[in-house]
Design a protein around this ligand. Structure first.
Ligand SMILES: C[S@@+](CC[C@H](N)C(=O)[O-])C[C@H]1O[C@@H](n2cnc3c(N)ncnc32)[C@H](O)[C@@H]1O
Length: 238
């Protein structure tokens, strides 16, 4: 994923994994100061390299934000679309604690196996349910089974499916639930209404769905850092 960001020498193409040094330095400073990772989080993050989507996990300070949102909202049940190696899952699982529950949906069995190992190492495996298969199908199964409502939903899987995942999240939550959607800025490409990139259109479509849903209060924040220029939508069900 690349985008155009102006600098003194003119527009520079920025790869999300080659952020400007200043962005990386600030992330490193605050993460080291405020978000020290234990060995289990480091191992989970580093094991992302062995998954089908290396480096696609959230940054440490973003993981901490997810944990804080979970605490701040008092969430006990979290649903995650997109597990990868379980890095964000660990942040959620630690935030809800052993009395809580995290259900995380992952397409690839290979990634799920890596995630299970990481979750075990982090000491949270017992209250995390890793479900393998297309997330739309897994979510539909939760709906059909009458799953207890979730308090917080994190949407971080294939971006073209964002509208479908939001629709499922609305069927799996009730009033007060928090819904977080990752990677909504995409190096600024989100503002290109004519983009032929399905991931961009997936973000624009879900943003439109949120905007026209009277049940949802929401905002979007841009972020820069070790993951490039991106951002999140944070929504709450009234
Ligand atoms: C951005 S990564 C998730 C990162 C993870 N949430 C974290 O921060 O540590 C996206 C994940 O979604 C998974 N994925 C892609 N398409 C999917 C689908 N249709 N159903 C379920 N998972 C899918 C990918 O295999 C990948 O593991």
């Amino acid at each position: 994923m690349t985008g155009m960001t102006p600098d003194a020498a003119g527009p520079t193409v920025i790869n999300r994994y080659e952020s400007p040094a200043a962005w990386r330095d600030v992330d490193a400073y605050f993460s080291a100061l405020l978000v020290p990772e234990d060995d289990a989080l480091v191992a989970a993050r580093e094991s992302g390299a062995a998954t089908t989507m290396p480096n696609a996990e959230v940054a440490p300070n973003q993981g901490a934000l997810l944990g804080l949102l979970t605490h701040l909202s008092g969430a006990r049940r979290v649903l995650e679309f997109g597990t990868l190696a379980g890095y964000s899952t660990i942040w959620f699982a630690r935030a809800v604690g052993p009395q809580g529950r995290v259900v995380t949906l992952e397409l690839e069995e290979h990634n799920a196996q890596i995630a299970r190992t990481n979750l075990r190492r982090a000491g949270v495996r017992e209250w995390v349910d890793v479900q393998v298969g297309p997330a739309a199908e897994s979510a539909q199964r939760l709906i059909d089974d009458g799953a207890e409502p979730f308090d917080l939903v994190f949407i971080d899987a294939d971006k073209p499916s964002n509208p479908a995942y939001l629709a499922a999240a609305l069927r799996l939550t009730t009033s007060g639930a928090v819904i977080v959607i990752d990677n909504v800025v995409r190096d600024g490409a989100v503002t290109d209404r004519d983009s032929d990139e399905p991931r961009v259109q997936g973000v624009r479509a879900v943003a439109q769905d949120i905007a026209t849903n009277p049940e949802l209060d929401a905002t979007a924040l841009q972020t820069v850092g070790i993951k490039g220029w991106d951002g999140v939508i944070i929504a709450r069900r009234r």
